[in-house]
Design a protein around this ligand. Sequence first.
Ligand SMILES: *Cc1c(COP(=O)(O)O)cnc(C)c1O
Length: 428
Amino acid sequence: MCRSLGRGNDASAGGELPRQRAHAEALDATDELAALRQRFLLPEGVIYLDGNSLGPLPRSVPERLATVVAKEWGEGLVTSWNRHGWIDAPLRVGDAIAPLIGARAGEVVVADSVSVNLFKLLAAALALRPGRSVILTERENFPTDLYVAQGLVDLLGGRARLHVVEREHLAAALDEQVAVLALSHVDFRTGEMHDLAALTAAAHRAGALVLWDLSHSAGAVPVDLEGADADLAVGCGYKYLNGGPGAPAFAFVAQRLQGALRSPIRGWMGHAAPFEFSTRYRPAPGVARLLAGTPPILSVATLEEGVTLLAAAGIEPLRRKSVALTELFIDLVARECEAWGFELASPRSPARRGSQVAWRHPHAYPIVQALIRRGVIGDFRAPDLLRFGFAPAYLRFQDVWDAVQHLRVVMEEEAWRAPELAVRGKVT
Ligand SMILES: *Cc1c(COP(=O)(O)O)cnc(C)c1O
C-alpha cells in the first residue's frame, strides 16, 4: 500500500481530484508558461520526465550552432575570439544564469564540469580558512561531490580532512575545525531540498564557508544566494538549464570573496592578461579567475540558448508550475497505482521538494524500462527508486496525467516482467 498521502495544497481545491483527463487539459489551458513548450524540439510520442538528467533540445540550438560553426569558426577563424565575443562568453553566460540563482552580475562564470569546479572551489575554500582543515558534507551527497572532496583531501596529505555525516547531524558537526560546508541543495535521488539560508547562516556562525551544489536547482527552484549571503556555489549546465550533453557547468563566488580567492588550477584563461603571455601568474579580477583552459565555444553557445530561454520565463513562474506538476503527479499515482505498493521517497510537502518525484518499488528498474518502452522517459536510481523530473518549461499537465495512466497499465498488465527489461545498460 502507498504510504498515507495528504491532499496536495490546492491541486483539487479541497475536493476530490477529478477523474477525467479534461482536468489536466483545463490546467494546460490556463498555464501561463504554455507557450514555452514550442521553444523546444521534443520527439513525437515521448513524455520526457528526465529533464533533470539531460534537458531537451531548444528549438533555436541547431541554427545557433550552424552559425557558430559555419560563420564564426568557418569564416571568422581565430578573429572570432574578438569579433564574435567568444572570449567573453563564459562571463556573459554566467551573467545570464545569475538571476536564476539570486546572484549578481560578475559573480558567475561558466567553465569545466561540476566536478572540476568543486575541486577548484573546495581547495580555494580551505585556503580562505587557514587554521581550519575540515570539509563537512553529508553521506547522501552526489557521489562526484564526495569523490572530488576525498581526492582533494588525499592530495593535501594530512592538511585537510573530509567529515561525512548523516543529514540530521550536519548542524552539530559544524565546529571550529570546519573550513567549508559542502552540500547539494536538492538531493539527486529524492528531490529533498535543504534550507539553504538556514544552513548558510549556521555555517557562518561556526566561522565556516558554504559551497552549494545547485545542479538539481538551477532553472527549476528559486535560489537566493545573495539573500542567504552564500559564499560559493557550482551547478550543472545540462540538466534544467538545457545546455546539451556535456554542457559546461557554472561556478559562483560572492563578490566579497573574489579578491582573496585563488583557484588551484591556474590556467591562462584565468589570468588577468592571458595575451601578455607573462611567466608570472596574476589572477583575473573577479570570478573569471576560476577559468582554467580555453572555453568550449560550441557548448557555451548551446548553453546560452537554454539559459536565455529559462531566464526570460523567470524562475518564479517556473517554480509555481513545477510545484503544480509534482503535486498532480503525486496525487494521481497515489490514487491510480495504490494497489502496487509504490512508496513516496520524496518529501510530501512541496516546500521541501525540488522539481522531481521519486517512488520506491522493489521492481523499480524493469518498471522504468517498461515505461520507457511506452515513451515515458524517467530514470532509475539504485537500489529501488523510480525517479521522475518535472521540468516546467515544456511539460504539460496532460503529460503528467498520461504518464500516470502508462504507469497504471504497466503495472496492471505486468509489462515490466518481460525478461529483456531486466538487462541494465551502462547508463541508467
Ligand atoms: C549532475 C550532478 C553533477 C554532475 O557533475 P559533472 O561533473 O558536471 O558531470 C554534480 N553534482 C550533482 C549534485 C549533480 O546532480
